[in-house]
Design a protein around this ligand. Sequence first.
Ligand code: SAM
Length: 280
Amino acid sequence: MEILKLINSGSKRLKNKNVYSHKLDSEILLSKVLNKTREELLVNLNQKIEPQKISNFHRLIDRRSSKEPIAYILKKKEFWSKIFFVNNNTLVPRPETELMVEKIVKIFKKKDIFILDIGTGTGCILLSILSELKNSKGIGIDISSKAIQIASANSKKHKLTQRTKFYNRSLNEIYHNKFDLIVSNPPYIMRKDIKNLNEDIKKFEPKLALDGGNDGLDVIKKVIYKSKDILKIKGTLALEIGNEQFKKVSKILERNRFKTRYLVKDYRENIRCILSTLEN
Ligand SMILES: C[S@@+](CC[C@H](N)C(=O)[O-])C[C@H]1O[C@@H](n2cnc3c(N)ncnc32)[C@H](O)[C@@H]1O
């Protein structure tokens, strides 16, 4: 069978399973099987493919049909124009999170700071920031030991091991240090809402990365309380939050001596990140 026919048959199978990006996903999965770029595929649409590769392709289409995210099938995801290893122990890095990184890089560019990333997952936030702030250092922590393995592998991949340390710790276990910047994209989905998420997310992404407790604010509150003890005075806390959490989270920040400095909105104009400083 030729490339074009295979792309179309994969796309049709995915469309039947209501995969919105069926055509693109079919192309991406065939590129993976053939070890070619998508562009190379698309200029060789009449090339014939051997039977073994066709069955490998259909196995990947089966996985995508069951709603497994493309990033988990490929074991990688692009974030901040870099490729990060991912697997089903880590959240798939999201474009909204790049908006938080963008703001932080703008504020701290050329500064020499010490950063803590709470709930680091793939390490994408910390590693992206450090790739821009060449004199800064940071620590990433995560309650998931498997996520920490991925973050460490990403640190090696991006040649940042000299300026990073990753630890399998809960945020309750961080003491002593005083950071200039604490970043966190904590789990913030209300537990009762998890069942309403897309299948790609609820069936495959780690619950630890999603579940924010009954009101969605459990880990956010813990991050704020802990940051009060381990941030320098005038240090910055950058928190990614859920769509409708701004009012509640800003009240908690205020009650805990944080002053809001910047807000970052997503592409739909929802406030998705609060940058605040710890006051005396
Ligand atoms: C929403 S994910 C964010 C991952 C990554 N920072 C990103 O933005 O792609 C939240 C992460 O927090 C971790 N986590 C949850 N509770 C934690 C806790 N108490 N202490 C440290 N990490 C925690 C989860 O394992 C998960 O990797």
